[in-house]
Ligand binder design. Structure first.
Ligand code: SAM
Length: 340
């Protein structure tokens, strides 16, 4: 029996898929989803345009001139982070989150932090601007409850611009953490944020659970690796914890299974994999109105595959013990397993 179940989506979902197969309707949905997110950000005090503009121009505050140009310094720094030999998997080379070039664009990279705050504002009905921090705290709580010995070497797969990596760093300040991502644009921002933190600088969107500047100076900075999480090129048995925070819903099933196998290879005896993501069994998704489901799916191409994957079974098949599953928010779950 295999964990990769290609079950047919329920009728509402099929209807939504039918709508999204028509390009003008799909474009309409993704633009609507994006505008809703920007509006929500501004309504909770996350000033999307100002913050993105400040990052584009690398200034502390937004200039009054709005421009889609990014500072040339970003391109120079990207060249340092980028691995020239990397071949991107086909599934990654497509539209994500309403960006035509998916995660391989400056637009996506500059907007990741504000978008996370907007999306997570809704996780709890009253969470607003605190939603992103509460979500990451809820994951930390599960890690603390279930992993008895603090990991010394941690791999954060799908680390993006480093928000999940910095949250792991706050929980395990002595650990050496490596963040892996396929987007060199995101990793360039992660490196920029690392340097700001090393200098003790504040920035408008502080990563959740940031240590004080004094603490930050004592903590080893993460290192960033431009690679696919299913083929990192890192040595066998070199980590105590592999963490995937909001990565798996962005993967086709074949990639998810490849990543579990790679995590098993990278973990030491007694090591853990921890996966925090949308909970397909949450009532919230089962009862989601078709209109909202359409908007969600218009920006998340692999959601059906993720929802159909039996993750617990796939984890066991990759060489782990039977995992624990904890619902850390009304719509997310954390799945943790120890190597077998
Ligand atoms: C939704 S973001 C998660 C961000 C981050 N972990 C957080 O919690 O804020 C998913 C990230 O996974 C990355 N990604 C997707 N597939 C990947 C793969 N096969 N290998 C490495 N990174 C991948 C994307 O580029 C993106 O940065």
């Amino acid at each position: 029996m295999t964990a990769a179940v290609k079950s047919s989506p329920r009728i509402t979902s099929q209807l939504v898929n039918g709508i999204l197969a028509i390009k003008p309707l799909a474009d309409l949905a993704k633009n609507r989803a994006r505008n809703m997110m920007i509006k929500r950000a501004e309504s909770i005090g996350v000033y999307w345009h100002d913050q993105v503009q400040a990052l584009r121009s690398r200034s502390d505050s937004a200039s009054s001139q709005v421009s889609s140009q990014v500072s040339p310094q970003w391109e120079q720094e990207l060249a340092q982070v980028q691995s020239a030999n990397l071949t991107y998997p086909d599934y990654y080379l497509r539209m994500f989150h309403a960006y035509e070039d998916g995660n391989l664009s400056w637009d996506a990279a500059m907007e990741v932090e504000v978008a996370a705050h907007a999306v997570h504002a809704r996780v709890w009905p009253d969470s607003g601007e605190q939603g992103d921090m509460r979500l990451r705290q809820s994951y930390q709580t599960v890690l603390q409850e279930q992993i008895n010995t603090a990991p010394q070497n941690i791999l954060d797969i799908g680390c993006s611009v480093g928000m999940s990596t910095f949250a792991l760093q706050a929980l395990y300040p002595q650990a050496q953490i490596t963040g892996v991502d396929l987007s060199p644009h995101f990793l360039t921002i992660a490196q920029y944020r690392t340097e700001q933190r090393e200098r003790g600088e504040d920035y408008a969107i502080q990563p959740s659970l940031a240590p004080s500047p004094d603490q930050a100076a004592q903590i080893p900075s993460p290192t960033w690796l431009h690679a696919a999480a299913e083929a990192t090129g890192l040595p066998d048995a070199s980590f105590d914890l592999v963490s995937a925070h909001l990565l798996f819903h962005e993967l086709p099933q074949s990639a998810a299974i490849g990543i579990l196998q790679e995590a098993r290879r990278l973990l030491r005896p007694g090591g853990h994999i921890a996966i925090m993501d949308m909970n397909p069994r949450s009532e919230i998704y089962a009862k989601m109105p078709p209109y909202i489901l359409t908007l969600l799916k218009s920006t998340e191409p692999y959601l059906d595959e993720y929802f159909a994957l039996n993750l617990e079974e796939a984890i066991e098949q990759a060489g782990f013990q039977s995992p624990t599953v904890a619902c850390n928010t009304p719509r997310h779950r954390t799945v943790i397993a120890r190597v077998r």
